[in-house]
Design a protein around this ligand. Sequence first.
Ligand code: 5MM
Length: 338
Amino acid sequence: MFSQEMEKTVLELTAPTKGILAADESAGTIEKRFKSVDVASTEENRRSYREALFTAPGLSDYISGVILFEETLQQKSATGVPLPQVLADQGIVPGIKVDKGTQALANFPGDKVTHGLQGLPERLAGYKTLGARFAKWRAVIAIGDNFPSTRAIEVNADGLARYAAICQELGIVPIVEPEVLMDGGHDIARCAAVTEEVLETVFHALHRHRVQLEYMLLKPNMVLPGKDCPQQASAEEIAAATLICFRRTVPAAVPGINFLSGGQSDQAATANLNAMNTYAQQQPWQLSFSYGRALQAPALKAWHGAAANIGAGQQALLKRARLNSAARQGKYLVSMEA
Ligand code: 5MM
């Protein structure tokens, strides 16, 4: 029923030189980010920071969509324009994070399950009237000696698939985000094995729930060694391991893969995306970004909560957006950082 609407949204989101800005930090997460630059997480600070991000001049040259948190969807600019409208006026598609965070999975120590399905159709219908055209749900899979369990992978995959089916019923494009965390000392091979199992399980669940793959985007982790692994990997090794895993598990019908940065440094996230786009000659999907920290960290640092620094914060965001746009085309060079 909503195929044309979703096709249009997907086409806009996967524009060849662009990626997605994740600005959907929930209350606890934005508080942590603000604390790192000594800024109090008040509603007005959150509003003005996000307004500054969304009005960075020329943002739409590199950014096709922005994922918002529920609070932001209902906030207005200083001149009274709803923030989703501020984005739409520049040709940037507004989206909304709809999961309600994670809880421990009972009987499976170390595993988590994402919740938020209850009342989701009603919430989504309301978000759509506020301008949201796509949504995002994040499942979190941690790696440890005794986890993740198969049960945790299955229950999270089922949640993602049910969420995606509900979105499509309302003409909203679902971003399906199964994140295998990079916390821990595991090596790249273990991350590859877990990511492969997760993606395989997620796509089986999407099939069972009759989700139309043409009208969704995938937001996965890259295949990386754990943060504490002594054997770190080069961008080329990461690109090779990630592409092997994705070719095995992600159907060609999926139009776009927009990676999360997951705690990588901003430069590493850019270099790894670039390596993938250089290395992958005939991949069936667009390989782009949906970064939060890797786009925002330098902006947050430059802004530091001071109105006088808004311009500097916007320039910092634009720089990362421009470099990731280059990486998304395989045209990034480290010298561009200067
Ligand atoms: C994994 O986090 C997502 C991508 O951000 P990074 O590029 O920084 O990894 C991000 O969209 C995340 O889902 C949101 O920030 C919401 O996270 P919380 O923890 O607030 O639910």
